[in-house]
Design a protein around this ligand. Structure first.
Ligand code: GRF
Length: 227
């Protein structure tokens, strides 16, 4: 059975289109924004390198020079940029970041521990093209220290959420969620560590769904459709 992508000039066998990095005539470019250790970035980069995500990482950008993730990006031979945010007006910083993403031909942006709120203007430059990961089952516990918030509240299950970014904090249509039970002997650190393991799985799943272009949004829920 053959699948014709709307923009493609070639026919791509359906069996290949989900796995082959080259479809729609070129490889899709991911842009990663981070501020810290970058373990979610590393999980995505490992899956890209293993051919499990049909894309390449065209740029990794940090707003902090001391982010561990930027060192890791350099070690991997990726384009790694520091665009400092300290002391720079938000709109000016956003303009610089958007320019760098555009210069690198980014199709899809992954926020991976990027500790900055994007301005509405930034979000509008990439409609349904920015993903974020958050360590709770949204809409519960948005904001900082989400797994500690959940633990302190006394919930019995928590987890993580990958969602499209819109103009509001930790909001936007939900692509993937993973549930993590809270164990009786957990503290907020052990819970956060088990949630992080699930984040590393969830983010790549969500990237694959969005890159496939085979999804629909039902209400606020992103539903993968057959490829
Ligand atoms: C993760 O918990 C993510 O959910 C949140 O920030 C943290 C980033 O961790 N948005 P890392 O830098 O990817 O290791």
């Amino acid at each position: 059975m053959l699948k014709v992508h709307s923009h493609a000039h070639v026919l791509i066998p359906k069996s290949l289109s989900g796995f082959c990095p080259i479809y729609n005539n070129r490889v899709k470019n991911l842009g990663i924004l981070l501020s810290g250790r970058g373990s979610n970035f590393e999980a995505i980069a490992d899956n890209v390198a293993a051919g499990k995500i049909p894309a390449q990482i065209s740029v990794v950008i940090s707003n902090r020079a001391d982010a561990g993730g930027i060192e890791s990006a350099k070690r991997r031979g990726l384009n790694a940029l520091v665009i400092p945010s300290k002391g720079v007006p938000r709109e000016e910083h956003d303009r610089r970041v958007v320019k760098a993403l555009q210069d690198h031909g980014v199709d899809l942006i992954c926020l991976a521990g990027y500790m900055r709120l994007l301005s509405p203007w930034f979000v509008q430059q990439f409609p349904r093209r920015i993903l974020n990961i958050h360590p709770s089952l949204l809409p519960a516990f948005p904001g900082l220290e989400a797994s500690k918030q959940a633990f302190d509240y006394g919930v019995k299950v928590s987890g993580c959420t990958v969602h499209f970014v819109d103009e509001h904090l930790d909001h936007g249509d939900i692509i993937v969620q993973k549930v993590v039970p809270v164990l009786d002997n957990d503290d907020d650190h052990t819970l956060a560590a088990r949630i992080l393991e699930q984040e590393h799985i969830a983010y790549s799943e969500a990237v694959r769904i969005v890159l496939s272009d085979s999804f629909k949004v039902v209400g606020r829920r992103v539903v993968a459709t057959a490829q």
